[in-house]
Design a protein around this ligand. Structure first.
Ligand SMILES: Nc1ncnc2c1ncn2[C@@H]1O[C@H](COP(=O)(O)OP(=O)(O)O)[C@@H](O)[C@H]1O
Ligand SMILES: [Mg+2]
Length: 259
């Protein structure tokens, strides 16, 4: 089971869009996928067309079993909705360090493991983000090609390294350019800088900016339901293939050189 936190403390970079469409892409490639909405805003749950009042909040607050929080998204995916009490979990004060380990424990207790678990993180470095980081063995970092992207990325890498040092364990980190506009010089510059500094982490596939990706969630659909023949669907199929290749022990990890 590969548990991947889709993480960036910056909002609007494409975390939810990537989690939504990447989980469906992996499911279409035959993998068993669980998508977890760890953002109290519940955008992922909504994008999957779920209006579940309960979900991850019960797991983290009351110790409910993860499988009791599953919802069927109707496309072969299992989803854990955020639940309307998730913000309260973020503000939880009792419990000490144990509070950060609840999601990991819930995943470890799953009776049937998945091939992939994707966690859509909130845009903050609070308790929910901590649960995601501790539970995951890989971090997928969407980066939008804007002016402040590099700044945010360096900061996030430092935060993650700090957490890893405290935990005494490291996680693989993948970067995906998530709202890429090839025609923008600045976006190309951001890509070059990331190649310079994080070549190992940068996945070869970029997700291009396109309005259909912004539209599909309002219909409660992934891109594969909304416009399966659109190039955006192809981008996500390729991103899924990148991640599969990145985890395969027998092949070399893809690098930006293949892009
Ligand atoms: N590749 C893309 N092309 C067009 N719009 C996108 C793309 N990725 C994300 N968006 C839009 O940008 C906004 C922020 O994306 P979202 O995935 O919600 O980011 P986050 O979860 O990091 O806050 C949303 O309105 C979303 O639909
Ligand atoms: Mg989001």
């Amino acid at each position: 089971m590969r548990t991947i936190a889709v993480i960036n403390q910056k909002g609007g970079v494409g975390k939810t869009t990537v989690t939504l469409n990447l989980s469906h892409a992996l499911a279409l490639q035959g993998y068993r996928v669980l998508a977890i909405d760890a953002d109290p805003q519940g955008h992922l749950s909504m994008a999957f067309g779920l209006e579940d009042p309960a979900g991850l909040d019960r797991v983290l607050q009351d110790g409910a079993r993860l499988q009791d929080a599953f919802s069927e998204a109707g496309n072969g995916l299992q989803i854990v909705a955020a639940g309307d009490q998730l913000q309260e979990v973020e503000n939880l004060n009792e419990g000490g360090a144990e509070r950060g380990w609840r999601l990991k424990k819930a995943l470890d207790a799953l009776e049937q493991p998945f091939d992939f678990v994707l966690i859509d993180c909130p845009p903050s470095a609070g308790l929910l983000g901590m649960n995601a980081i501790i539970a995951a063995d890989e971090m997928l970092i969407p980066v939008a090609g804007d002016f402040l992207a590099l700044n945010g990325l360096s900061r996030l890498m430092r935060i993650l390294q700090g957490v890893e040092a405290r935990l005494g364990s490291t996680r693989k980190k993948w970067i995906v350019l998530s709202r890429f506009v090839e025609q923008r010089r600045h976006a190309r510059e951001v890509r070059e800088r990331i190649r310079e500094h994080f070549a190992e982490a940068l996945l070869p596939t970029t997700i291009r900016e396109t309005v259909v990706l912004a539209e599909s969630p309002s219909f409660g659909q992934t891109i594969f339901e909304y416009q399966p023949r659109h190039r955006a669907a192809g981008d996500f199929q390729q991103l899924a293939a990148d991640l599969v290749a990145a985890g395969a022990p027998t092949t070399t990890r893809p690098t930006a050189a293949h892009a």
